[in-house]
Design a protein around this ligand. Structure first.
Ligand SMILES: Cc1cc2nc3c(=O)[nH]c(=O)nc-3n(C[C@H](O)[C@H](O)[C@H](O)COP(=O)(O)OP(=O)(O)OC[C@H]3O[C@@H](n4cnc5c(N)ncnc54)[C@H](O)[C@@H]3O)c2cc1C
Length: 281
């Protein structure tokens, strides 16, 4: 039998989690698919469910000290509507799933599901998002790239809940997002790409590049980014082949039902090239 607990507030949720092995469930759009057993059969959960999608403590989007604090339970559709969320992040979210799914799926669920194809992740990696994890006893903050350890695996402790995602309240001068899927809606990424940059006095002063769906976790290289920073944009065009060559070994996709590894690699590097050429022009 599947058991569940619907707490009144976050304190009660954390109390329950500290006392019972449990599975947090927000929108359930990942969990219900992963645990489905077939028509008219109950899904196969091995622990009681802890319902958290309704908790007001997880629903806020607040701007404070030049940071945006996003509650883990904020719906994808509410992120798209918010004027506090950067446009390029909204673009990525608006291509996820479908409007009905986005009305129930949460940002916290996308992060904790830890899929290399999770479409909120490239942007969150690119901006060095910090995650707030709470238990009944403590709170800790951890970068998203440290939290996600492997496909489907995170550093979440059995008594913790992801409560908040912190991103900088910053607009990059150049922002670029592409998702490659079978269709515009209702399709998981074959590959995705986020590129962000600032240019001052014709020099690149900041650059962030993140690839989704092409390795066990999101690909980002601070070393390669550092090698581009301070380059005059006029030099970028000629440097494109060299930069693409540096990223190529990091792009290690798999063949699966959605795409072939060869296609994923080719298209990802083409997106990188397109972003860099846009930067140069
Ligand atoms: C038809 C369909 C289309 C989809 N399309 C896309 C797509 O285009 N792009 C994409 O990236 N995803 C897609 N998804 C996957 C899914 O909708 C998203 O990953 C969504 O954001 C998950 O959120 P949720 O609230 O439903 O998560 P849930 O299913 O409730 O939870 C997912 C995981 O996170 C854990 N969890 C949830 N919230 C917390 C929390 N606050 N603290 C700790 N653990 C937590 C759960 O225990 C579970 O392990 C699709 C799914 C479906 C069914």
């Amino acid at each position: 039998m599947v058991e569940g607990f619907r707490p009144a507030d976050l304190r009660e949720a954390l109390e329950f989690r500290s006392q019972h092995p449990s599975i947090p469930i927000a929108g359930g759009t990942d969990l219900m698919v992963q645990k489905a057993r077939g028509f008219a059969l109950k899904p196969d959960f091995d622990k009681p469910l802890l319902f958290i999608g309704h908790l007001p403590d997880l629903q806020q989007i607040i701007v404070e000290n030049r940071q945006v604090h996003i509650g883990a339970g904020v719906l994808l559709s509410d992120l798209i509507k918010s004027d506090k969320i950067p446009a390029v992040f909204k673009e990525a979210i608006s291509l996820m799933a479908s409007p009905p799914s986005r009305n129930i799926a949460t940002i916290g669920g996308n992060i904790c599901n830890a899929s290399p194809a999770g479409d909120t992740l490239p942007y969150l990696y690119a901006v060095d998002a910090i995650l707030v994890l709470k238990s009944s006893q403590a709170e800790r903050k951890i970068p998203v790239g440290v939290f996600i350890t492997n496909p489907g695996k995170t550093d979440l402790a059995s008594d913790e809940i992801l409560t908040e995602i912190i991103i900088p309240d910053k607009k990059f001068g150049v922002s670029y997002y592409r998702k490659v899927g079978t269709r515009k809606g209702m399709s998981l990424s074959k590959a995705s790409f986020t590129g962000l940059a600032d240019i001052e006095n014709s020099n690149v002063t900041d650059i962030r590049i993140a690839f989704g769906s092409v390795a066990p976790t999101i690909v980002r290289s601070r070393k390669i980014e550092a090698s581009i920073i301070r380059k005059p944009v006029s030099e970028i065009k000629t440097a494109v082949p060299e930069i693409v060559k540096k990223y190529a070994p990091l792009i290690r996709p798999i063949d699966d039902a959605r795409s072939s590894a060869a296609y994923r690699k080719k298209v990802s590097l083409r997106l990188l090239e397109d972003f860099l050429r846009n930067l140069a022009s």
